[in-house]
Write a protein that binds this ligand. Structure first.
Ligand SMILES: Cc1cc2nc3c(=O)[nH]c(=O)nc-3n(C[C@H](O)[C@H](O)[C@H](O)COP(=O)(O)O)c2cc1C
Length: 330
């Protein structure tokens, strides 16, 4: 059992042991993707007091061709490691565990940002953003898998407690998972197992780099909420496979609907997804989305909808949110 998961072994836990700061892009990195003083200040402010058991740093690109937007953090080469060390240290000094999310944008970017024609599983326009991408060859796929693996190695070298693979919100791995964008006829397409073959190869390659003990999390866009898109039934099959492949924690969010469900503002609006995933796995599951009150978080945990609760925008707007939440239920 890794250090990251030890708190979950204690049985009935206070909310403070179950709170996660989910990945939230700040667009505060240097133009070349390095950690800036603005990023260090931001995470210092958000992690002060150690009220989160886990802080997941915003999505960072594994290679230039997978950069999603300007001023995004990079994990694409070794020159970023020193800055990442400082970032991990800020979080650790404040008493939380630190995980870094790694990502490839696939077709959800533009040539203006990356300097190259965006790529994807198939030459299908991304329903969220971007143009029609170049359909990746298997050789090109192997290069991206290697980029994920090398990026995870940098995260570990920088002193983080784990790495999170991003497969949500319409980015590269989500594009493979979803039949909306994956029309491949080779072994990386077809049924769910075909559409997550790349995930499994990424997990395997990351594992080979970071070793057996280092926690690998996966953020899963568990339903697209679009006709012809992924469903929770697909995600239950995928979740079982990810657990078998050694994923330590599943972090549940949306797919091509992004991190929201249009027209649903309930606190914990993805609870039906996280609960359905929990039915089929025994690893911890994070639920994020719409939670603004400590009592709602407690209730979702008590109802068994998830093992950990992520709170994003409420903390973005009020850095003292977690302190107030924990104090309010003492
Ligand atoms: C400004 C902003 C940036 C975000 N960046 C990321 C990101 O880098 N990676 C990711 O997986 N989710 C990202 N998200 C989604 C959040 O992690 C979270 O799932 C979402 O905000 C819903 O939770 P909330 O209602 O508690 O804010 C972002 C959300 C916002 C508002």
């Amino acid at each position: 059992m890794s250090n990251l998961l030890k708190p979950l072994q204690a049985g009935c836990l206070p909310l403070s042991s179950r709170l996660v700061l989910p990945p939230m892009a700040t667009s505060k990195a240097e133009p070349d993707g390095k950690v800036s003083s603005a990023i260090l200040d931001y995470y210092q402010e958000k992690s002060a007091g150690g009220y989160f058991s886990l802080i997941i740093i915003e999505h960072s690109y594994v290679q230039q061709a997978g950069k999603a937007s300007e001023n995004q953090l990079s994990v694409a080469d070794d020159s970023v490691i020193d800055g990442l060390k400082e970032l991990a240290a800020v979080i650790h000094r404040n008493g939380s565990k630190a995980v870094m999310q790694i990502n490839h944008a696939g077709s959800a970017t533009t040539q203006k940002v990356t300097g190259a024609i965006p790529v994807g599983p198939s030459a299908v326009k991304n329903p969220r953003k971007g143009d029609v991408p170049h359909e990746l060859t298997q050789q090109e796929l192997r290069e991206i898998i290697a980029a994920f693996s090398a990026a995870a190695g940098r995260v570990k070298q920088a002193g983080f407690d784990g790495v999170e693979i991003h497969s949500a919100h319409g980015y590269f791995l989500n594009q493979f998972f979803s039949p909306l964008t994956n029309r491949r006829t080779d072994e990386y397409g077809g049924d769910v197992l075909g559409r997550i073959r790349i995930h499994q190869e990424v997990i395997e390659a990351v594992r080979a780099t970071v070793g057996e003990e280092f926690p690998i999390l996966l953020r899963l866009g568990a339903a697209d909420y679009i006709d012809g898109g992924t469903t929770i039934a697909d995600s239950q099959i995928a979740a079982r496979e990810f657990e078998k492949a050694g994923i330590a924690i599943l972090d549940i969010s949306g797919g091509f609907s992004g991190y929201t469900i249009p027209g649903n503002n309930e606190q914990g609006y993805f609870a039906s997804l996280s609960a359905a995933v929990k039915e089929v796995v025994s690893i911890p599951v994070i639920l994020t989305g719409g939670i603004t009150e400590a009592q709602a978080a407690e209730q979702l945990l008590a109802q068994g909808k998830a093992d950990l609760i992520g709170v994003g925008r409420a903390v973005l707007h009020d850095s003292l949110w977690a302190k107030k939440a924990v104090d309010s239920i003492k």
